[in-house]
Ligand binder design. Structure first.
Ligand SMILES: [Zn+2]
Length: 147
């Protein structure tokens, strides 16, 4: 993760670039590509990737479609401001639709008439799986560390 020097961004700036960034991300099919990594189509044969609590897969995808480091910084600021603090949270909180999100709602509906687990609890569980073995847990969004 690259650390930003100083405090050149504020929420106004992020808000002002958000519509353009989101439009640009939609056009580059970033959400679809990320979804295909974390939640591959049945039939595609590839195993789902585990979110490691950062933007590893996002960065890979975005660099692949031609964004440079500066653009990535802006994109991640926007994603974070919308509650997408890592690859899987982008799909849950920022993407309008994703298989990952759809699967979650579908499975909770079939198992019980009442949602027993919130999306947040589900995210925590998802992360505990891999944070136990390697890497730090990431319940912090990095918003506070950016003061
Ligand atoms: Zn995650």
């Amino acid at each position: 993760m690259v650390t930003r020097m100083g405090e050149s961004t504020d929420s106004d700036l992020i808000a002002s670039i958000t519509p353009d960034v989101m439009e640009s991300l939609r056009r580059s099919q970033y959400f679809e590509k990320l979804d295909s990594l974390l939640c591959p189509d049945e039939g595609s044969g590839s195993p789902p990737k585990q979110c490691s609590g950062d933007y590893k897969f996002s960065e890979h995808i975005l660099r692949g479609v031609g964004y440079d480091s500066e653009a990535l910084q802006d994109i991640f600021e926007v994603l974070r401001s919308r509650g997408g603090c890592c690859d899987c949270e982008v799909l849950y909180n920022v993407a309008e639709t994703s298989r990952l999100k759809a699967n979650y709602w579908r499975s909770s509906q079939s198992e019980s008439p009442v949602f027993s687990m919130s999306a947040i609890a589900m995210l925590r569980q998802l992360h505990q799986g891999d944070s136990a073995s390697d890497g730090p847990p990431h319940d912090d969004c990095g918003l506070e560390s950016r003061r």
